[in-house]
Design a protein around this ligand. Structure first.
Ligand SMILES: [Zn+2]
Length: 273
């Protein structure tokens, strides 16, 4: 325990002085904080339900953004493929013109040798041209398929947008339904906070903000026979000196691990334990 003792006692004592500054009654302040925490937790719960709805909307929007990025990248590919196909088509037209020219020359050939030379060239050109034509056709078919798949993705996008609108409407409805409850809880919080000394309230608020409204943590007994205790907020062990300090209610004791304000569930329960 040696070097730890200083630390464990030091912080809570300073804190205790701050909390009890107003009237010197730590127990009363803790009770007031306890009421405040109950309201804070209800607020966090209601707000959490609203936030959850809006997170679902955000996730859906991310899904739509992904679809948009997919469509954009597919359109880019189609544009490139279309340019390749256009180039090839132009090439084919050049070949067709050459073939037509050689057909003409074939008709005008004066010798068998000349005729046969032109015919050989013509046949080679025709074979090459038909290969290119085949390639152009394949590319056109592929482009057609790619355009169709974009149409399918766009249909999917439409349904995802509809889903987003649904989720947004649900989120807004949840928010609207919770509005009066939130207002009521905020009023209750203001009332509960008004009886807490200023410094204690400041500290409570800082701890609550870090822990979803949970600034106080219950001390729980972890062994039925031995005097072993833990913080219910973080499940870390609490030593007996701290437990005694919490029970005396003279000063506030912070959990060494999670820094929440420790409290005993009730005097009767702690006496039984
Ligand atoms: Zn703790």
């Amino acid at each position: 325990m040696g070097p730890c003792v200083h630390n464990e006692r030091d912080t809570p004592t300073l804190f205790g002085a701050a909390l009890a500054a107003k009237d010197g009654k730590m127990g009363a302040t803790l009770d007031a904080l306890h009421r405040l925490q109950e309201i804070e937790l209800q607020l966090a719960d209601v707000q959490g339900k609203i936030d959850k709805r809006y997170r679902a909307v955000k996730r859906q929007e991310e899904r739509i953004a992904q679809i948009d990025a997919d469509i954009a990248s597919r359109l880019e590919t189609i544009k490139r493929d279309q340019m390749d196909a256009d180039r090839l088509e132009l090439d084919m037209k050049g070949r067709e013109a050459a073939i037509a020219k050689h057909r003409q020359q074939l008709n005008e050939a004066k010798t068998n040798k000349e005729y046969s030379a032109i015919l050989t060239q013509l046949n080679t050109e025709k074979a090459d041209s038909s290969k290119v034509e085949e390639r152009v056709l394949t590319m056109m078919n592929e482009l057609e398929a790619k355009r169709k798949s974009i149409d399918e993705i766009k249909t999917l996008r439409t349904s995802e947008v509809a889903r987003r609108d649904e989720l947004l409407a649900e989120a807004k409805a949840t928010e609207m339904a919770a509005k009066s409850r939130l207002d009521e809880l905020r009023t209750q919080r203001a009332t509960a906070a008004s009886v807490v000394p200023e410094k204690a309230l400041g500290l409570f608020t800082r701890i609550a903000e870090k822990n979803d409204g949970e600034a106080l943590a219950k001390v729980v007994r972890t062994h039925p026979k031995r005097a072993e205790y833990a913080c219910d907020g973080c499940n870390m062990a609490i030593n007996i000196e701290q437990v005694n300090a919490v029970m005396s209610r003279d000063e506030a004791v912070l959990c060494n691990s999670c820094k929440r304000i420790l409290y005993m569930p009730s005097a009767a329960a702690s006496l039984r334990a």
